[in-house]
Design a protein around this ligand. Structure first.
Ligand code: AMP
Length: 399
């Protein structure tokens, strides 16, 4: 595949820059509410430490919009990481500059330094050349373990690899690529893609690209209502993107005779988006005026589950309803359970779907749970991801 792995390179005494994805959710007290992303990168970090590398970790956190903002400091991550590693992970005052360089100079083999949020510099997202060079100058070896950021051509995911000879994949990145490529290169059919979530505009490109690759597309969540409206149904106050109706009609036409393209046939409709609101199970032609559909109904669950159970490859991204509210969570959990029951090779990506699979207690029955929502979608679509191409480009060279 043209990738070099972390265990194929000389690390002893080297300054090893690891681009990780520490973009963890924080509450209002700046406490980490889910440390999955930190835990997932531990195998690579520990491996480099044990191999005698000097570990320089870099990540973005939130959207500080190119300005230093204490709200988006990686300080809570440094504390959590120290606890998980069982040794101190020092936080640098910045991600480039004299201070950081001095700190790196003093590092000993096996020590860990976490650079401050890359996005405090607007140059990171602009993939700026001199910023990329400044990052590259901090290290001898570059590793990328941030699959969740691989669809972005930023300085730390793409730019800096141009100025380094030794570039390789971390264990997490490698596992993501290998698992997702299973669904890309000669996937076993029937291949069922399940797409949900709020907006059709976010996923219209994905749907179009997937049509050439899959046998069946199942649509749920808020995005289903733009399609149903495009088919002429009255959908009450359900989520509809009026400006996407034309495109949705085109997609429905394109799908005809090519693939199975299934929309929900019944719904959990409510008078308003509230757990206390009056609700009813309704079919497509009986959605009450002024009501809002917030989950797929039992008939849809049955039809979708049958498709899932007969699949050999499954890809799922996006909840089937407002699963954060119990009365509207049943569709999403039923789909999670159906995927777990199927003998197909399954991939689940995207924060909400991954949370649903874990909450349903079936995480261990999924072929691959991806840490990258957007990145896994783009890879499945057949797009080239800049962060991965950068690793491929450099894969053959030995620095
Ligand atoms: P996305 O980020 O596009 O994957 O969308 C996820 C969000 O879609 C979740 O927060 C869900 O609550 C929301 N969602 C799912 N189904 C619906 C629906 N029928 N109406 C409104 N929002 C929905």
């Amino acid at each position: 595949m043209g990738f070099r792995k972390v265990d194929q390179i000389e690390l002893r005494g080297k300054r090893v820059f690891i681009r990780v994805d520490f973009n963890v959710p924080l509450n209002e007290k700046n406490e980490i509410t889910d440390d999955t992303r930190i835990v997932s990168s531990l195998p690579t970090i520990k491996f480099v430490c044990e191999a005698g590398g000097k570990v320089i970790l870099a990540s973005h956190l939130g959207r500080p919009k190119g300005k230093r903002d204490p709200k988006y400091s990686l300080a809570p991550v440094a504390a959590k990481l120290s606890r998980l590693l069982g040794k101190g992970a020092l936080l640098a005052p910045d991600c480039i500059g004299d201070e950081v360089e001095k700190q790196i100079e003093k590092m000993k083999e096996g020590e860990v330094l976490l650079l401050e949020n890359l996005r405090f510099h607007p140059e990171e997202e602009k993939n700026d050349e001199s910023f990329s060079k400044a990052l590259a100058s901090l290290c001898d070896v570059y590793l990328n373990d941030a699959f969740g950021a691989a669809h972005r051509a930023h300085a730390s995911t793409e730019g800096m690899t141009r100025y380094l000879k030794t570039v390789a994949c971390g264990f997490l990145m490698m596992k993501e690529i290998e698992s997702l490529e299973k669904a890309l290169v000669q996937p076993q059919t029937p291949y069922v893609a399940i797409l949900g979530g709020a907006k059709v505009s976010d996923k219209i490109g994905v749907i179009k690209n997937l049509m050439d690759k899959v046998t069946t597309i199942l649509i749920g969540g808020g995005m289903a209502y733009t399609f149903l409206k495009a088919k002429g149904y009255h959908v009450g106050k359900s989520l509809v993107e009026e400006d996407q109706i034309g495109l949705s009609k085109k997609l429905l036409e394109e799908a005809k005779g090519k693939i199975k393209f299934l929309l929900p046939t019944d719904h959990v409709a409510a008078q308003k988006m509230d757990v206390e609101a009056k609700r009813e199970i309704v079919s497509n032609d009986k959605i009450p005026e002024g009501w809002i559909c917030l989950d797929i109904g039992p008939e849809t669950i049955k039809v979708f589950s049958e498709e899932i159970l007969s699949a050999k490859t499954i890809f799922w991204n996006g909840p089937m309803g407002v699963f954060e509210m119990e009365p509207f969570s049943h569709g999403t959990f039923a789909i999670a359970r159906a995927i777990a029951k199927s003998s197909a090779f399954s991939i689940v990506g995207g924060g909400d779907s991954v949370a649903a699979v874990n909450q349903a207690g079936v995480g261990d029955k999924i072929g691959h749970i991806s840490t990258g929502g957007g990145a896994s979608l783009e890879l499945i679509e057949g797009k080239k991801l800049p962060g991965i191409e950068a690793l491929r480009r450099n894969g053959g060279e030995i620095g």
